[in-house]
Write a protein that binds this ligand. Structure first.
Ligand code: PEP
Length: 257
């Protein structure tokens, strides 16, 4: 039985003061229950990772970054390496988010390189895949997502079993048309894609396919989380907007119970 995982993607939001108040509310809510129904993490902007480490170190809430460089080190102004993220004890890093793919031209191959660096530094990459509205309407969702995933699976296998192979990944299905739009994929649409992704994992490694958490992302809110989480292949959520309000974020976590 896979444990659910709920990850907040803060995107480019927050200040030191706002983060402190958001995290203290999240921690208070965690302390109020005897057992959390899901693993929890927040993916913060890079300048706030030290703050996350300081505030969350002794807590059940893990933290991570929203992107990582495809290079190990060197003359790459503005980039943040996987080793640097490890220095701040990040557990997770989001890789291949649709906003990175769309606004920064990230190709499937670049995403795969990032996954290799993340794995090499002991981070768990949360690999995002998803189709645009036009691709969805043209019935191309599985072809697009399959191509996005294929390169990453190859890279993870090349990174080697020593680094956990496919089992070291978390996947996130994020239909681009559902991100920040208020439109959610129906639980059945999401389940079908999640089952497709798990099938692709199983073609390579059945044990890993059973273990890998596949998150859904795209306008997840307290009022739709429970029906999404009820689907057999939806193992949690990658949450954008609703992760900026502690009450909403923790209500989504609660829906995993
Ligand atoms: C996201 O940014 O990964 C996301 C799913 O955003 P939202 O929940 O706001 O749609």
């Amino acid at each position: 039985m896979r444990r659910k995982l709920v990850v907040g993607n803060w995107k480019m939001n927050g200040t030191r003061t706002e983060n402190a108040s958001l995290l203290s509310e999240v921690l208070r809510a965690c302390e109020a229950v005897t057992a959390l129904p899901a693993d929890i993490a927040v993916c913060a902007p890079a300048p706030y990772l030290a703050q996350c480490q300081q505030l969350l170190a002794a807590s059940p809430v893990a933290w991570g970054a929203q992107d990582v460089s495809a290079h190990a080190s060197g003359a790459y102004t503005g980039e943040v390496s996987a080793a640097m993220l490890s220095d701040f004890a990040c557990r997770y890093v989001i890789v291949g988010h649709s906003e990175r793919r769309a606004y920064h031209g990230e190709s499937n191959e670049l995403v795969a390189q990032k996954v290799q660096h993340a794995l090499g530094a002991g981070l768990t990459p949360i690999v995002c895949v998803g189709e645009t509205l036009a691709q969805f309407e043209a019935g191309q969702a599985q072809a697009v997502i399959g191509a996005q995933l294929e390169v990453v699976l190859q890279a993870a296998l090349e990174a080697g079993r020593r680094l956990g192979g496919l089992a070291a990944l978390v996947l996130a299905y994020e239909p681009v048309w559902a991100i920040g739009t208020g439109k959610t994929a129906t639980p059945q649409i999401a389940q079908d894609v999640h089952a497709f992704l798990r099938g692709k994992l199983a073609e390579r490694d059945t044990l890993a396919a059973d273990k890998v958490q596949i998150l859904y992302g795209g306008s997840v809110k307290p009022d739709n989380a429970r029906e999404l989480f009820a689907m057999p292949d939806i193992d949690g959520a990658l949450v954008g907007g609703a992760a900026l309000k502690a009450a909403d974020f923790m209500a989504i976590v609660g829906a995993a119970g």
